[in-house]
Design a binder for this molecule. Structure first.
Ligand SMILES: *[C@@H]1O[C@H](CO)[C@@H](O)[C@H](O)[C@H]1NC(C)=O
Ligand SMILES: [Zn+2]
Length: 479
């Protein structure tokens, strides 16, 4: 008896940790998903995004345990128009392998991207954590990229680094900032960023251009992107990625154990920890759940705004490079480019209705109402949408996949996200630059571990997307 209880508890904890099954819901309106989105025990991927279907309905993806699938199936039995569908579970063996050694030989062999190699060339594995740093060191040694350590060590003691390239030693000449590897399981983000930087540098050196599938870029375009000055932070969450790569557990958060020391209670969602409407219980309508105060939630916001080292390090980059104008955070997997804002619908008519105005506390979040909408000056709205559209057009042209642009709020709000934080700084702090912030969600819904073929396609799609994002940003303006 005793033994069987222990055995069943063990079995349950394995299920909760290991057996996240991909599903999607279909319903006539996004409102049908409201209770699901509000339940912070469900894993809704990188961000809850309801996508319209061809027949006028909506779908929402999630990763659920068998038990949660049963619960939802029972709860929604009497809602005839609501359905839940299991997606084929991806075979572990089919996912792209993680590199086992150091292909960059302790920072002596530079990475070579796909844009400077014959079409059809492929990369055979995803970089392990050591390789990400070795790759950047090899860029330093080969091309004179400058890397630097960030001030705060991670919970597990890792020293974090970022790098800059293209505009010389004056840090006020750097206008583009890109980060990746925030959510541990979103495999391939750091690789895409590093291989793209490698392509730019290789093309500059050889005087050549770049080619990603059907998209070609000239040497003049390469030079113009580099001259804009690029700061890159390729691995925001090394503790989480180390854990995910060794466990294959679809781990998302960092590995901070202060609020919870076992299973799902470990870790803070770095992308809900930024100082933008962080204290969501105060700022949002009580019917919304833009983050969670529960440590076991995938969207646990932490114990204070910017409580996490990874968040502080991310923020320190804006202070070191005061003229950053454009920011992109690279995530997966939904197939979209998100632009500001993420806390509520945008509006450009009432400047006093904004995230700093306490008169609207407790009212933010619900989409489609007129009680609160977040202020964005109309010129900014035009600029950010134009650049998002160019980015998506390039990604679609390369891989033919159906990327879309959307306002980050989509149909449900978030708080404490990196893209909103970047854009909010201009209003929240005096004397700082205005930063247009984006989230790229490469790949397909909940497909966090791509196959090798998908991993390579993701590199091509995103690298063309990065090129057109940077070129469009340059044409809107860097100053
Ligand atoms: C969230 O979902 C779980 C499991 O499906 C359920 O037991 C719980 O009651 C839900 N919580 C809320 C607040 O609805
Ligand atoms: Zn993510």
């Amino acid at each position: 008896m005793k033994y069987s209880i222990v055995a069943s508890l063990l079995l349950q904890s394995t299920l909760v940790l290991g057996e996240l099954l991909p599903v999607h819901f279909v319903a006539p309106t996004p409102g049908h998903f409201k209770e699901i989105v509000r339940n912070d025990t469900y894993d809704l991927g990188c961000r809850p995004v309801a996508h319209p279907t061809d027949d006028g309905r909506f779908t929402l993806h999630a990763l659920l345990t068998e038990e949660q699938i049963t619960d939802i199936t029972n709860d929604y039995k009497l809602v005839p128009e609501f359905s839940i569908h299991r997606l084929a579970k991806r075979a572990v063996a089919a996912t792209a392998p993680i590199g086992s050694g150091d292909r960059f030989k302790a920072g002596t062999v530079a990475p070579v991207g796909l844009g400077t190699q014959p079409s059809g060339t492929t990369i055979s594995s995803i970089m392990n954590v050591g390789e990400i740093s070795s790759a950047v060191q090899a860029l330093v040694a080969t091309y004179g990229v400058t890397s630097f350590n960030l001030p705060y060590k991670t919970f597990n003691g890792a020293t974090q680094f970022a790098a800059y390239v293209g505009a010389g030693t004056d840090k006020s000449k750097y206008h583009l900032y890109m980060s990746a590897g925030v959510h541990a399981r979103e495999r391939g983000g750091p690789d895409q960023l590093i291989y793209w930087i490698s392509d730019l540098l290789s093309a500059k050196k050889s005087g050549g251009g770049l080619k990603y599938g059907s998209k070609s870029y000239t040497n003049a375009q390469v030079n113009s992107v580099l001259n804009a000055g690029i700061v890159f932070f390729p691995l925001v969450n090394p503790d989480g990625v180390t854990y995910d790569q060794s466990s294959g557990s679809l781990w998302r958060k960092n590995r901070n154990t202060k609020s919870g020391s076992s299973g799902a209670s470990v870790g803070v969602d770095i992308n809900r920890n930024f100082d933008f409407l962080w204290n969501f219980k105060k700022y949002f309508d009580p019917s919304e759940a833009p983050a969670s105060t529960s440590p076991s939630s995938e969207v646990f916001a932490g114990t204070a705004a910017a409580s996490e080292s990874e968040t502080k390090n991310h923020v320190s980059i804006y202070d070191s490079f005061p003229k950053i104008r454009w920011f992109m955070d690279i995530h997966s997997a939904a197939g979209d480019i998100l632009y500001s804002w993420g806390d509520d619908d945008d509006q450009s008519t009432t400047s006093t209705m904004n995230f700093l105005n306490s008169a609207y506390d407790g009212k933010r979040g619900p989409v489609g109402d007129s009680v609160y909408k977040e202020y964005i000056p109309s010129t900014d709205a035009t600029n950010i949408k134009n650049v998002a559209a160019k980015t998506v057009a390039a990604m679609k042209a390369v891989g033919g996949r159906s990327y879309v642009t959307m306002q980050a709020v989509g149909l449900y709000p978030t708080s404490g996200a990196s893209d909103d934080y970047s854009f909010s700084r201009y209003w929240a702090k005096s004397g700082v630059n205005k930063v247009y912030g984006y989230t790229m969600e490469f790949g397909y819904s909940t497909n966090f571990y791509p196959t090798l073929t998908e991993f390579n396609q993701n590199i091509l799609d995103t690298n063309a997307g990065f090129m057109d994002w940077a070129l469009a940003a340059i044409s809107v303006g860097l100053e």
